[in-house]
Design a protein around this ligand. Structure first.
Ligand code: KL2
Length: 457
């Protein structure tokens, strides 16, 4: 089904590797909010949204009693201690036939590597982690190992402050890249890398949000040419942390989407992949905005828009009165209070269903980050039409994160997990017959015609 070299990724899919270790499923793993909302028709439906649900998971779990007698306790202990081995690839159910997609797939990584400065200055977040696991020298080895093992074509890192270490390493592994540092005292930033042999940088339109009165965070928006002549917009953002500044967070995400959309149109309606740490949870109104729902900020309290606070889902009795400045931050103007993304985007992990021990609301991972004060999902890989998400490297079963007291660990160099997804350009002309399905115009007037792209080859 996938005639591309499997050696691009590690570990190989289960068909090529021994049976994964069998784990007991904890009771607490089920998520009460789990549901499978129907998606509306769209130009590029997630592959998993179509067709019957069959056993696609590469996770294989069985009850403890079923397997107890087959497990050598020593072996079990050794296997369980290996966190990284618990991450499995999950393939989309209806992955396209490669005759209907163009070129080799693109493996993308989004990874908040935990800035050295943040790690040393927020010790309260890592109070249960042995000191040796929080030192940059040991963390960087694990972070670089993760990148090397997953072998992504494009790497979007956040919280990069030991810039020279990262640039040197990536250069040595055959990547080109750009770092965009924050202004002000904290010099960490986003850094995006691409394999020199496959991509060429066509345009860099990075954003320093401080120039828009939206705090000193940064984002990168790049246009890359894939070797075969196809172009792609790649975004990388680390959204402001402050859980209560929903106005600024929305403003940053809005600007990223606007700029990515602008570049996409400028280069001929090219596809978009947006990576990053959005500091917004899957239940938040900011997530709704990213997943292309129209939102009305006047109906929301800016203190609770990112879902980062445990109290965020307690009903807010009093109406929140937005100031003009907050409205300007959030939606960029004072005409009305509604806003909708200019791009139709899908979240790669949510588009490929996984088991309840790794997935929660909206089919997103239960956690992409875990430390003493917060465990949840804030990292995403979003993609637009003309792109298919073929598979994702599933996150860790939640009980494994819970029982370890957080990250970093002996094996994982950051307090976030690296998200890895594999994408392909899709030629909808040959893969879909219904014209209405292959063409859409959203309310912002952005037309996405798949035929236009497929014609360029
Ligand atoms: O949530 V993060 O961690 O994406 O993993 O982004 C920010 C936080 C990062 C950059 O500002 O530093 C972390 N409590 C917890 N975490 C904090 C705090 C805080 N008060 N301030 C910054 N960070």
């Amino acid at each position: 089904m996938f005639p591309f070299p499997r050696s691009l990724v590690w570990p190989p899919p289960p068909s090529q590797q021994p049976m994964p270790p069998l784990l007991p499923v904890p009771d607490s793993a089920t998520d009460p909010g789990r549901s499978y909302p129907k998606r509306h028709r769209s130009p590029s439906p997630p592959l998993s949204a179509v067709g019957p649900s069959r056993n696609q998971y590469h996770h294989r779990f069985a009850t403890h009693s079923q397997n107890r007698r087959w497990i050598n306790p020593d072996l079990k202990r050794r296997r369980l201690s290996s966190l990284k081995r618990q991450r499995r690839w999950i393939e989309a159910e209806n992955a396209p036939d490669f005759s209907s997609s163009k070129g080799d797939p693109i493996v993308m990584m989004s990874y908040n590597i935990l800035g050295d400065h943040n790690c040393r200055n927020h010790t309260e977040l890592y109070d249960r982690i042995p000191a040796k696991f929080t030192e940059w020298e040991s963390r960087k080895r694990l972070i670089f190992l993760e990148i090397t093992e997953r072998n992504p074509d494009i790497v979007c890192l956040q919280e990069v402050d030991q810039v020279q270490d990262v640039l040197d390493y990536m250069k040595g592994r055959g990547y080109d890249g750009i770092h965009k540092g924050r202004s002000g005292d904290y010099k960490d930033g986003c850094a995006t890398f691409w394999k020199k042999t496959r991509f060429r940088l066509l345009e860099d339109d990075s954003i320093d949000f401080s120039t828009f009165n939206l705090n000193n965070n940064v984002a990168q928006v790049l246009v890359l040419e894939v070797q075969e002549g196809r172009q792609l917009v790649v975004g990388n953002i680390h959204v402001l942390f402050s859980p209560r500044r929903g106005d600024i967070k929305l403003g940053q995400i809005r600007m990223l989407l606007e700029r990515a959309n602008f570049l996409s149109r400028k280069w001929g309606d090219i596809p978009i992949i947006l990576a990053g740490d959005f500091n917004s949870t899957p239940r938040s109104v900011l997530y709704e905005f990213l997943s292309s729902k129209e939102i009305d900020v006047s109906l929301h309290n800016r203190l609770k828009m990112s879902g980062m606070d445990p109290m965020d889902f307690v009903r807010w009795r009093r109406e929140y009165i937005w100031t003009e400045e907050e409205l300007l931050n959030a939606i960029g103007h004072l005409e009305g209070t509604k806003i909708k993304s200019p791009i139709k985007l899908w979240s790669s992990y949510a588009s490929i269903k996984g088991p309840s021990i790794t997935r929660g609301p909206n089919d997103e991972p239960l956690a992409t980050t875990c430390h003493s004060k917060f465990r949840g999902t804030v990292d995403y890989l979003w993609y637009s039409a003309e792109i298919a998400c073929l598979r994702v490297l599933d996150t860790l079963p939640i009980h494994l994160l819970k029982e370890r007291g957080g990250l970093p660990s002996e094996e994982i160099g950051s307090d976030h997990l690296a998200l890895v997804a594999e994408f392909a350009f899709v030629d909808y002309e040959s893969s879909e017959s219904d014209d209405e399905d292959t063409k859409s115009t959203d309310s912002s007037g952005v037309s996405t015609e798949h035929t236009a792209l497929s014609g360029s080859y």
